[in-house]
Design a protein around this ligand. Structure first.
Ligand code: GLN
Length: 455
């Protein structure tokens, strides 16, 4: 099959399924078909092609694409067209990837249901009355529904792993620094990382090899050797030992999910992987810690949207103060405003020590729990999410219950670790359950190997 044919098939499928799913904010069908043709010509000439050349994929709309709208699903960036590509986009282009469109998300990646998009609500393909998770909901749905073969998202507190879990697919958050963040619109810079959605772990490994590595445009990217993950993932995982923290199997976790995780680790035993229940006492404090650190960083990162430099500007102002106030009140949605207010509060003089500084101290304790565990275990296994996909509208007026969905994914970002979510079962409504495998820094190959042993 030619790249043109496969890209055409992807676009046709999008045409058929989008009216029900609403995964995309922008489609780039024309340039995708041109690109695919070009790849076919290269192939006909006998040129060497990468393993992802000519394969249709999508990218979350908070990753900058030169000449193509990058809105962050926000009114404030509705008409923003970046003059440059994110490094990951350049890297995929260099491998002749075919971009068919930009996917929907919670505004500025803040949320866990994609309901916070200023433009549309994406639906879960397993049951369109349910949310796809978020914030990378559009990316997850585009892969789960067969619209594309893979997608890039971003993960600050679970935004790749949680929607992967809700959609029954694979979602990888690499180590902080493994993949360049240059051109990923900043939410909480010390936690943000670009991640990958695929239908299986081998595809995930393949894509990771193309986007991993040091980037001189991102000072936090790390110059660690990039493995050939596609080969690494084939290796055996016999003899490995994993820990299952009891703190993430108890209170707050749906019993059906708890049972599914226990059944799954027992299945791993058949692949020669031993497991033990362990204790990581500080994991229980992670939600409150994250919801201080992430909004603090967000309030600072989002100060740049002032109606002057770029993005939306109010039409109605006389003074500079009115310009700022009206631009931001008209441009940002309610969840983004809530985060800016929380973050501004926790960073303000007088509260900084009590909230922000304290949160950083707890962050260190969470990290230490992981380091202790990794001195004995190759990986840590938890549920990805405490619940399966909920109904659209169910939690939208209850931010606290929405935040609690992040219980198992947040600690991984706090410690900067890699983690992958893989499908491991279904609940009584037939909705997918996800299992999270967490590794040491730069141990992507190992967690993907464990994941593959399970497939
Ligand atoms: N649900 C979390 C939040 O709302 C995580 C979001 C993300 O990872 N971008 O902040």
């Amino acid at each position: 099959i030619s790249s043109y044919e496969i890209t055409k098939a992807s676009i046709d499928r999008i045409g058929k399924t989008e009216p029900k799913l609403d995964a995309f904010l922008t489609l780039t069908a024309e340039s995708a078909l041109e690109k695919a043709k070009m790849v076919d010509e290269k192939r006909a000439k006998g040129e060497a092609l990468s393993d992802i050349a000519g394969v249709p994929m999508s990218i979350k709309d908070n990753i900058c694409t030169k000449g193509i709208n990058t809105t962050c699903a926000s009114k404030i960036l509705k008409d923003f067209v970046p003059p440059y590509n994110a490094t990951v986009v350049d890297m995929l282009n260099a491998a002749d990837a075919v971009l068919v469109g930009k996917t929907n998300l919670d505004e500025f990646a803040m949320g866990g249901s994609t309901e916070n998009s200023a433009f549309k609500i994406t639906k879960n393909p397993w049951d369109t009355t349910r949310v796809p998770g978020g914030s990378s909901g559009g990316s997850a749905v585009s892969v789960a529904s067969g619209q594309v073969f893979y997608s890039l998202g971003s993960d600050t507190g679970g935004s790749v792993r949680q929607p992967a879990s809700f959609n029954g697919i694979v979602g990888l958050k690499p180590t902080y620094g493994r993949v360049s963040r240059y051109g990923l619109v900043a939410f909480a810079s010390s936690l943000d990382q670009v991640g990958i959605f695929t239908r299986d772990t081998e595809d995930c490994a393949m894509v990771l090899s193309h986007i991993a590595g040091k980037d001189k445009m991102d000072g936090t990217s790390v110059d660690a050797p990039v493995a050939d993950y596609a080969i690494e993932v084939q290796k055996d995982s016999k003899g490995m030992k994993v820990g299952v923290p009891k703190e993430l199997l108890g209170e707050g976790i749906d019993p059906v999910i708890r049972q599914s995780i226990i059944d799954s680790v027992q299945k791993l035993e058949q692949a020669g992987i031993q497991w033990e229940e362990i204790s990581m006492p500080h994991l229980t404090h992670n939600v409150e810690t994250y919801y201080i650190i992430a909004p603090s960083e967000a309030s600072s990162n989002l100060a740049r949207y002032d109606g002057i430099k770029y993005g939306y500007r109010t039409g109605d102002f006389e003074t500079l103060e009115q310009l700022y106030k009206r631009t931001r009140s008209e441009g940002f949605g309610p969840e983004v405003k809530r985060r800016i207010m929380m973050g501004t509060y926790t960073l303000s003089a007088g509260y900084y020590d009590a909230y922000y500084k304290k949160a950083l101290q707890v962050r260190t304790l969470i990290k230490n729990d992981f380091m202790d565990a990794f001195s004995k275990y190759d990986a840590i296994i938890t549920p990805t999410v405490p619940n399966t996909a909920f109904k659209i509208g169910e939690k939208i007026n209850d931010p606290l219950s929405m935040y609690l969905e992040d219980l198992c994914t947040i600690p991984v970002n706090m410690a900067g670790l890699p983690a992958v979510s893989i499908p491991c079962g279904f609940d009584s409504n037939g909705m997918p359950i996800g299992m999270q495998i967490i590794g040491k820094h730069f141990d992507e190959a190992k967690i993907l190997r464990i994941a593959r042993a399970f497939e």
